[in-house]
Design a protein around this ligand. Structure first.
Ligand code: GZL
Ligand code: ZN
Length: 330
């Protein structure tokens, strides 16, 4: 399928709600309202991963803004607290409620075939946002999100340029085990640093949470000592912020004694970058609500949609972060 790449600017504008009028204007056009909340209201079940990180909060806010009552939606929201069984049960519940469409940010890639088939059998379209699934793409109408592998490559290219052929001992704080971002960010980074003197001495999941990152980093510091670690690759800012706490508690200077490269570019991460405690951040844009809402409307109107809709990411050095931090919406 042709990749459709959308400018970050579009996602940013959308996230600021500037594009909402465009969508709201077309409310009800072909909407398969089931009459539950009035014939033009679209009832959408949204199965969110949970509330594990700052990124997730921004994503949830963007989705709730886009799927608002004034935009013609009746949103049924479920946050699964990072529990895959609970998330699948929530989707089954949406099917039983006979919603018009289901949106999922799947915690992990595997285990979705059965419930997606049940949604298809019930004639309820599924749109994936953010993370994706390993199930056949016949089982969902479209996916909108970020190119996680590219984010990993961008982080790895920075590390390769920064450390190159200097022997460098790196530890990795992995995202949720089995999730698309954890799998792809690892693969992209490994590809980008192949042939350099960067050696991955350890890698463990911190489940995308600040506490998880802190606990895992404390373990790495116990095992290798401050002098035994040169670089931390964190799959998201929340785990990087936890690692900063652990490094400081060990009496070392994050960003100096141990460098850190991370992904997301949420406010707290960008502040740590400005403060010199993180060295480089690759953005992962959470403002997907408007694009997802557009896809739901198009699918319900029977229009052809792209199977994959990618949103562009950018990256930030400490200097670049200082320039933009006050103007960023998340
Ligand atoms: C990536 C998203 C990841 C973020 C984390 O699109 O799924 O999950 O990188 C979040 O911060 O918890
Ligand atoms: Zn729109």
């Amino acid at each position: 399928m042709r990749k459709k790449t959308l400018l970050a600017g579009l996602a940013l504008l959308a996230g600021l709600g500037l594009a909402t009028t465009g969508c709201a204007g077309s409310n009800g056009a072909g909407a398969a309202g089931d009459g539950s909340g009035g014939d033009d209201v679209i009832t959408v079940g949204f199965a969110q991963t949970g509330s594990e990180s700052g990124w997730r909060s921004a994503n949830t806010e963007s989705m709730k803004e886009a799927f608002s009552a004034e935009n013609g939606y009746d949103l049924i929201f479920n946050a699964a607290d990072n529990d895959t069984a609970a998330q699948i049960a929530a989707v089954r519940d949406f099917i039983n409620q006979g919603v018009d469409a289901i949106v999922i940010a799947p915690i992990v890639e595997d285990g979705w075939d059965d419930v997606l088939q049940e949604a298809a059998d019930a004639g309820i379209p599924v749109i994936l946002e953010d993370r994706t699934v390993s199930a056949s793409d016949d089982l969902y109408a479209s996916w909108v999100g970020l190119d996680f592998k590219k984010e990993g490559v961008m982080a790895g290219e920075w590390a390769a340029e920064t450390f190159g052929d200097t022997p460098t001992k790196m530890v990795v704080l992995e995202g949720t085990t089995g999730s698309a971002p954890a799998n792809d960010r690892a693969a992209g980074f490994d590809e980008a640093v192949e042939g350099t003197a960067i050696e991955k001495i350890d890698s463990q999941t911190g489940d995308f949470t600040r506490d998880g990152g802190k606990t895992v980093m404390e373990g790495f510091l116990q095992k290798y000592g401050v002098d035994g670690i040169d670089l931390v690759y964190a799959h998201n800012d929340d785990m990087a912020l936890g690692a900063i706490e652990a490094i400081e508690a060990a009496g070392a200077e994050p960003g100096v004694d141990i460098q850190i490269v991370s992904i997301d570019a949420v406010k707290d991460g960008m502040q740590a970058l400005v403060d010199g405690k993180i060295n480089f951040i690759v953005e992962c844009n959470p403002l997907l609500g408007e694009l997802t809402s557009g896809l739901v409307r198009d699918v319900l109107a029977g229009k052809d949609v792209e199977k994959k809709v990618y949103v562009e990411d950018q990256s930030f050095t400490q200097e670049q972060a200082a320039e933009v931090i006050d103007s960023r919406p998340y």
